[in-house]
Ligand binder design. Sequence first.
Ligand code: IMP
Length: 430
Amino acid sequence: MANVVVVGAQWGDEGKGKIVDWLSERADIVARFQGGHNAGHTLVIDGKVYKLSLLPSGIVRGGKLSVIGNGVVLDPWHLVMEIAKLRDQGVDISPENLLVAENAPLILPLHGELDRAREGSIAVAKIGTTGRGIGPAYEDKVGRRAIRVADLADAATLELRVDRLLAHHDALRRGLGMEPVDRAALLAALHEIAPQVLPYAAPVWKVMNESRRSGKRILFEGAQGALLDIDFGTYPFVTSSNVIAGQAATGVGLGPTAIDFVLGIVKAYTTRVGEGPFPAELFDADGERLGVRGHEFGTVTGRKRRCGWFDAVLVRQTCATSGVSGIALTKLDVLDGFETLKICVGYDLDGTRLDYLPTAADQQARCTPIYEEMPGWSESTAGARSWADLPGAAIKYVRRIEELIQCPVALLSTSPERDDTILVTDPFAD
Ligand code: IMP
């Protein structure tokens, strides 16, 4: 059986929700392996809109097991709220179809407070985070002072963990001029939320390995995008987890051989939320038009996304670091009606042509995009379900992208509706 990882191959918001939903129909298990409720996935099923931040997309379909792996940072209050919201929309959620890794670290209110305090501080360069405590929670995980899901089950352990955590955070908060954490209130809040989370807690690594052995199909649902990866993204303007496909195995407790196909989700142009380098960013009417036509506003924060032309250099790079087998190209229809399209095919750095984005921040800032121009098309590509439905110029644009990023198109998505998809290669095929 083939197991498929879906990762964003740009800065997130590539339209993963629809693709994951489309694939989840044939998967037995859908697992999140990194990130937290900083993600924003919008699913449109039969005209009904579901907005997910933490729960795997498989949750809206009956008969699937949804898994939140150890690689995720979990805000228990958000989890309970998101479950309640989906239940209100008629979605069935129970420990029968949702499991949470016992060893997943928790996001606490103090993490969000620290995240927002840092973002608001003039002494620290703003990252433009979602303010949801993602970075501080991962810091505590690596600092070996996180509270994990399993700790919620035992009052004595929980107290020890809280004391260890607060020894660090209270010192940090003093330095930032913040009040110390109210220990009693935090413990009371954790005791209150524990019985609502613990029924879902499980040794996910074991379930995943047994499921794999019994031939279950697993879909690994990535959040954010590879250019926000903590190692390979535009550091420090990144998220705090490994976003690239290799993390899928580590983030649920499987070995790397469990992954058979990596599907990179790629938008037909480029967007980014938050601060940081973006060589092909547009500040003109074309950029404005991409934003308006593409509805480029953040699902989680509502922020306006920065828009630019397709950057083939960056996508070639992320296809390499994630070992992408094929891409799903999304939102091609947003380009309908442009007379001329540009694709970034290299960077000029002080007169030298580069075919990758250098790591040093000063060099990144001096990189100017080298564009190739292609004729656009006036016809609509929205809702196309076969290549024959696409204008010739659109097919040429897609083919040129494949050449430049050195990776084939496996799927072409032409509207938010799940059936508006052109399938070239089935990622789940054995
Ligand atoms: P954090 O993940 O909240 O720490 O934010 C770090 C960076 O990642 C910021 O630039 C965010 O805008 C960006 N980011 C986090 N989650 C997403 C997402 O789901 N889509 C797009 N950008 C994201």
